[in-house]
Design a protein around this ligand. Structure first.
Ligand code: 5AD
Ligand code: SF4
Length: 347
């Protein structure tokens, strides 16, 4: 195992079988995390990039079996934040010292290309970097978002096992999702993807394929989160994903894609009070503090426990700063584009 970890640390290449061997191993997790931490330091440094997350609509046309926002969940109060309030939250993020905001929502058709482009243009006037996380759209939409000033886009593939994807995301198409990822790249956006860990039916083989998929699409950012069952979904009786397995998938992603941005995800922090710190010491270099006003935020319940992470933005910022310095790390002062993205632009 140590030979494999060394190989990954030095060459950033592993075969599918080698990935599976490391994912199945229970003995060398700490060594794997330490190797990912070294590679993180060598390629992207000690700085941690903060992204202010604004959850601007929890309305979704899709019905993903794992997600609390699925359209068949009628126990959820739905909301859509109006544009002036979104702009106010973005300004608030900037006042807190954040350099990037992430606009996230369910797949909400109210936000047409035109409405979103207007919003993007307004936000960009303040000089913030802007990431969208709003689901599947056509190429022309992605291009228009880029032209309006959007910098980055997050769209997790969730799992690369097509059969599993169909089972957990009824009515959606894996090929269409993969096409969206290549459209995003073609539109010139920085591309983020990622997967869930611990969905019923996922195996170590699946995670190995997920990691190779990330490498194959040449991703700029990858977010990995353990699955957490939501009581108002078809998967309410399923087991939670394992934090350790999620950290292993994340650490291996860092080893194979050394210069990308990787967040310590909220789902990791939800599963364990030290989940975020552990992630930051196992390959992660990004945190996404939630700056959505609490009156909305408590309804953005993708999974239980999520809405409690962090607390009010101001208190959370101070706590984050303390946590980051206790890990011997610093908060970045620039917008923190993916080094992988800038390296590719310069090639
Ligand atoms: N547990 C963990 N993550 C979830 N997501 C949705 N539902 C859950 C859940 N029950 C994740 C998906 C989606 C992201 C916004 O939230 O991976 O892409
Ligand atoms: Fe909608 Fe995203 Fe939840 Fe699926 S995971 S139901 S697309 S918000």
């Amino acid at each position: 195992m140590m030979d494999l970890i060394k190989k990954a640390e030095e060459t950033h290449e592993l075969s599918r079988d080698e990935l599976i061997a490391l994912l199945n191993d229970g003995q060398y997790c700490e060594e794997l995390f330490a190797a990912a931490d070294n590679v993180r330091q060598k390629y992207v440094g000690d700085e941690i990039h903060l992204r202010g997350l604004i959850e601007f609509s929890n309305i979704c046309r899709n019905n993903c079996c794992y997600c609390g926002l699925r359209r068949d969940n009628h126990n959820l109060t739905r909301y859509r934040i109006d544009i002036p309030t979104i702009l106010e939250m973005a300004r608030h993020a900037q006042n807190l010292g954040l350099k990037t905001v992430v606009l996230q929502s369910g797949e909400d058709c109210y936000y047409t290309r035109e409405r979103l482009c207007n919003l993007i243009r307004e936000i960009k006037k303040n000089g913030l970097a802007l990431t969208l996380s709003i689901g599947e759209r056509n190429f022309e939409d992605y291009q228009a978002f880029r032209d309006a000033g959007a910098d980055r886009f997050l769209l997790r593939i969730e799992t690369t096992d097509k059969e599993l994807y169909l089972r957990h995301d009824p009515g959606m198409s894996w090929d269409k999702r993969a096409k969206c990822l290549s459209d995003l790249r073609r539109a010139g956006l920085e591309v983020g993807s990622g997967c869930l860990v611990g969905l019923p039916g996922q195996k170590t083989e699946t995670y190995a394929d997920d990691i190779l998929f990330f490498k194959n699409i040449d991703a700029d950012m990858i977010g990995i989160g353990p699955f957490i069952p939501h009581p108002d979904t078809p998967l309410h009786n399923a087991q939670s994903g394992s934090l350790i397995m999620a950290l292993k998938v994340m650490a291996l992603t860092r080893l194979l894609l050394p210069d990308i941005n990787i967040p310590a995800t909220t789902a990791m922090e939800t599963l364990a009070p030290d989940g975020q710190a552990k992630a930051l010491q196992s390959g992660a270099n990004v945190i996404m503090p939630n700056i959505t006003l609490d009156s909305y935020r408590r309804h953005y319940e993708l999974y239980p426990g999520k809405t409690a992470v962090g607390g009010a933005p101001e208190d959370n910022m101070q706590r984050l700063k303390d946590k980051i310095s206790s890990l011997g790390r610093q908060i970045a002062t620039d917008a923190g584009s993916s080094k992988h993205f800038t390296n590719r632009q310069n090639r």
